[in-house]
Every structure is written in C-alpha cells, then in structure tokens.
Design a protein around this ligand. Structure first.
Ligand code: CP
Length: 310
C-alpha cells in the first residue's frame, strides 16, 4: 500500500490498514536502532523542526533522535526560547519557521486542535506530538507496537487504561488505535475524571478499577494530569492511590501474562508502586525504545521518503 497523509494529526484520521502499515514500517527502523552504527541516509537533506510549547522528555528526545538517525537536520524550538514570550502568535511563529523551508514541523501544544490549525495553514508536513486533551498519535502507535511485540497480536486482546481519562490525549489516541486494530478497550477512573459519553468512542467505562482489570491482557496506567485540571477533582492523592492505584493484588485479577504499560512520566507511589513500575510485568522502557522506531517511521512517511510498497 501507499501512505498518502501529508500531516499526522490524529489516529482518528487513519484506517486500520494505515495503522498496521506504520507499525510494520517501524520494525525495520527498530532493527536500525539496535545496530552499532545507528544512522541511515533516508532523509538526508531534509529539515525537521521540533516545536514544543509544553514540557517533554520522551517525545521531544525521541523525535530528535529519530530525525538524526534518518540523517535529517533536526532543530528544537521551545516556547521559552522563542519569540512567543514576546507576544508572537502561534500562526506567525509557524509561518516564520516555514519561511525557512523545513520539510516537517513536529509540534506539541497545550491547546487541543493546535496541530490541525497549523496543518491547515502551512505547506510543510505537520506531525502532532500531543495537543491539549485531544490526541497524541505517536504515543498510541508506540503503545500498539509494544503490545504487538509482546503479545504477537492486538486483535482480540483486552486493554484496561486507568487514570485521569478526561484530561488524557494518550487515552483518546489509544482508544482509536486499539479498537481499530481489533482490541477491546476498557477505561477506568474516578467519576470526576471519566468524561460522559467516552463509551461512544468504542470503549467500556468503569469507576471500579478491579472490574476494568479483571481478565485484561494489558493494563496501562496514566498519571493525574494536574496541569490540565482546574479545581481539584479528587479529595487527596492518598485517597486516589488507594482506590485507583495499581497494586499486586489488583494485578492478579488480570490474565497471568499481563503486561503493565505507562506512557510516562510516572508518579511513583500514586498510580503504581515502584515494585510494579520496575517489576517483571512492566514494559515501560520498551515503550520508550519503540518510540524512536515508530517516530522514525512517521518522519519517513511524512517527509515523503520513497512511497513504500508492501
Ligand atoms: N509520553 C509522553 O508524551 O512523555 P513526554 O511528555 O515526556 O514527552
């Protein structure tokens, strides 16, 4: 097949076939990442700008590494180091960057819809690296890649995603991605962190996390997104942890070979204890490793690397 999307804004826009194509394309990039010399000339002469208006460790670093391993020139711009602090608008900032002829802009922004806004106004490819509470497509793809790697498939699996569902862009992208690929998705969290109508996206919603974990193949924990909440949505972190934190006892409700995932950053002792975060069922650093391969595939496809044939 050919991949004909100029921009990568959300998983909602992609078909199951396109998602599988991206995951399959990522396999060869993972192999490159494990070589002694981790660089190929695929995007030589291309310029990629990472434009990050929000903090990031994993996404920004892995997009930068991904671009460099494909031999592209990668430039990082953060809000604090840009003229945004002098009052420049997002559109003006982006148009000025585009005037320097980059091939792709990878953007993280606190406003939902910001990547789509730019994609409609710029000629270069725009890749959404997380926009507000909307989507985080590369995270869902690296999660799907990791699940497929550990379980050998995605279709037919049950995935429980637990935490602050309302404010999570990761959960929205994962619901789209995993249900399109044939998994059953359950989401769970306190009633104040479960948006009404979330089940209309194709998942089941629970306020009792034991019910969500029971029989699951994958348990994905999310942190409380304090930076996106207004008034406190829980009486205390201690109480949240007691009712919605993962424990060894709760994990026993899942299938015996369950894997535990987390997009990071982890709040140890809140959504899960260190003994689980670092325990035998965790695949959290596999997610991080796979993030580089998946982002190499996304840059390759968005920057018009040769159209791949299957
Ligand atoms: N998972 C994730 O997006 O992490 P960062 O915020 O560190 O990029």
């Amino acid at each position: 097949m050919t991949f004909n999307h100029k921009h990568i804004i959300g998983i909602k826009d992609l078909t199951a076939e396109e998602l599988t194509f991206i995951l399959d394309t990522s396999i060869s990039f993972k192999e490159i990442n494990r070589r002694d010399i981790k660089k190929v000339p695929t995007l030589r002469g291309k310029t990629i700008i990472n434009l990050f208006f929000e903090a990031s460790t994993r996404t920004r670093t892995s997009f930068e590494i991904a671009g460099k391993r494909l031999s592209a020139d990668t430039i990082n711009i953060s809000a604090s180091g840009s003229s945004v602090v002098k009052g420049e608008t997002l559109e003006d900032t982006a148009k000025n960057i585009q005037a320097m002829n980059p091939d792709a802009i990878v953007m993280r922004h606190h406003a939902s819809g910001a990547s789509d806004y730019l994609a409609k106004r710029l000629d270069c490819a725009v890749i959404n690296a997380g926009d507000g509470m909307h989507e985080h497509p590369s995270q869902a793809l690296l999660d799907a890649f990791t699940i497929r790697e550990h379980k050998g498939k995605i279709e037919g699996l049950t995935v429980a995603i637990i935490g602050d569902i309302t404010h999570s862009r990761v959960v929205r992208s994962n619901i789209y991605c995993l249900t399109k690929l044939g998994a059953k998705v359950r989401v769970a969290g306190p009633g104040t962190m479960l948006p009404p109508g979330i089940d209309k996206l194709g998942c089941e919603a629970y306020t009792n996390i034991d019910d969500a974990i029971k029989g699951s193949d994958v348990v994905m924990m999310l942190r409380i997104q304090r930076e996106r909440q207004g008034a406190p949505l829980i009486p205390s972190v201690r109480e949240y942890s007691r009712f919605f934190g993962l424990t060894h006892q709760r994990l026993k409700l899942a299938k015996e070979n369950v894997i535990v995932m987390h997009p990071g950053p982890i709040n140890r002792g809140v959504e899960l204890p260190t003994s689980i975060a670092d325990g035998p069922q965790n695949v959290i650093l596999d997610q991080v490793e796979n993030g580089v391969a998946v982002r190499m595939a996304l840059l390759y496809l968005a920057c018009g690397g040769e159209k791949l044939q299957d």
